[in-house]
Design a binder for this molecule. Sequence first.
Ligand code: MG
Length: 383
Amino acid sequence: MKTLALLGSTGSIGKQTVEVAREKNIKIDALAAFSNVTLLEEQIREFKPSLCAVVDEKAGRELKIRVSDTDTKVLIGEEAVTAVATESKAEILLNSLMGRCGIRPTVEAIRSGKDIAMANKEPLVAAGDIILDEVKKAGVRLLPVDSEHSAIFQCLDNTHNSKKFIKRLIITASGGPFFGKTKEELEKVTLADALCHPTWSMGQKITVDSASLMNKGLEVIEAVRLFGVPADKIEVTVHRQSIVHSMVEFVDSSILAQMGNPNMKHCIAFALTYPERQPSLCTPLDFTKSFSLTFDKPDENTFTLLPLARRAVTWGGNAPAVMNSANEEAVALFLKEKIRFVDIFTLVEDAVNSLPHMEKVTLDSLEEDDKLAREFVREHVRA
Ligand code: MG
């Protein structure tokens, strides 16, 4: 049985990963989270990991006292996440951290020879070339956990020499809570409206990204990185039922789709037990009852972050990273109700169009771009 290092264990995907680990008897050797000590203590007592990283200092000190009777070593601070990712003897690391903070731990975990199950899309968006390069050098597996990419991966896994025969990838989008809304209607939406997702239950940041379709934009870039397909061959279709998780069209016009009721535990379990498939507790589709599947064109004139993401990845260099950091900052401001929903669109677009373009990115240049993009967003809110 595989051993797992789990980054982001107290978030939405983290908690579902813990359930999968419990169901499949997967050993968890390392945990990392921001500050939820109550849940971390429970996870430590149940899974007895050798290591646990806590980003928040105060929370870390409290956890150390709470679990002093166990054999788990508690490390504190942002660097502790990277230390845990490297030091753990786990064979596979599932990264479900939120945002670009997952970049360094991912790179270091790859260097230490771990397979990566990637639920955290921002590192692939911002530092895709660096991560792919490290994966190649280390000869480890990079397995997608995002439902759309898991679907594409599963469709490609069954066809001999599959990548050579791809005509296009078709990524499905639920459309989020604002599907069908006009620009004028979006002016008036509230935070509560944005957090009300029709089909998937997720963390707040990704739920807002789903409402703005930035999430789909990030997923187009993620697909470019994972499958080596250019952005103009990646189509997005709005599929309200979230049953078809994505599709691959091959050169002979044959289309393969991966389907199932929306449940992230399927994607998590698939990545953690790959190349095997394990029996699942997820509710299967019931074809004895009639149901419909619909597909619609996304409104890219209103939801402009989706075409922006395509432009950013085609432009390359630091453009996807700048877009991602500006979006993280804008969404954080929206979650604090400091800006309107529609302001996210203009702030992110302006940041990408205004900040200096750099062809070559390194881990250090990415830190710098991140600071610049966040400052840009904050300054333009004040202005
Ligand atoms: Mg997704």
